[in-house]
Write a protein that binds this ligand. Sequence first.
Ligand code: SF4
Ligand code: SF4
Length: 191
Amino acid sequence: MNPDYSLKNDTCRDQLTYNQVMHFLAMTFSGHRDELIGIKNLAQKIRQGIERINPFIQQATQSVCPRCKDVCCISKHGYYTCEDLMYLTALGLEPPHMIFGRNDTDPCQYLFEHGCSLERSRRPSGCTWYFCESLLDYMEPQPAYREFDDSLQDVAGLWIEMTEEFKKISTAKSSKPIHSELCSNDCHSTT
Ligand code: SF4
Ligand code: SF4
């Protein structure tokens, strides 16, 4: 399996794959502390970047989402990718408790009465990068939109740098790319 594909697109939707990924990441991060300092720094910058843009997104979702007729916070969007789990591990954070095997169209397990219960920088990346048309229609005319968009691009660039760097380190450590073990065919893509 192409490790690039695995890291970018696969979500850990079953308990076994999730456990394997978490175990592997724990071993990798504890065994290669020095080599992974750069990854940890990038993860911190990503987190700070997401926290900086959070207020702008929040004011938009608070205004737009309560009127939504087709809420996007359904179960199939609430799973973490292998990249997400690597990012959380680099931050020294545990992913939230996860229930597997839910129906894709059920409300996301992290959706509470007043919205998502996870702070934005800890959500699955699919949530972080998703802006529906209604949300964009609300955001784009605002004066702060350009600055928000630039910051979002910066965070996206850091994310790519972090994942590419992790792949480089991991493939250098093993003749067999680690992500072929991390993300087996048991991972499934989401939209
Ligand atoms: S982000 Fe868009 S699709 Fe999702 S709940 Fe808000 S308005 Fe609806
Ligand atoms: S994690 Fe949060 S933002 Fe993402 S789908 Fe679930 S409730 Fe929505």
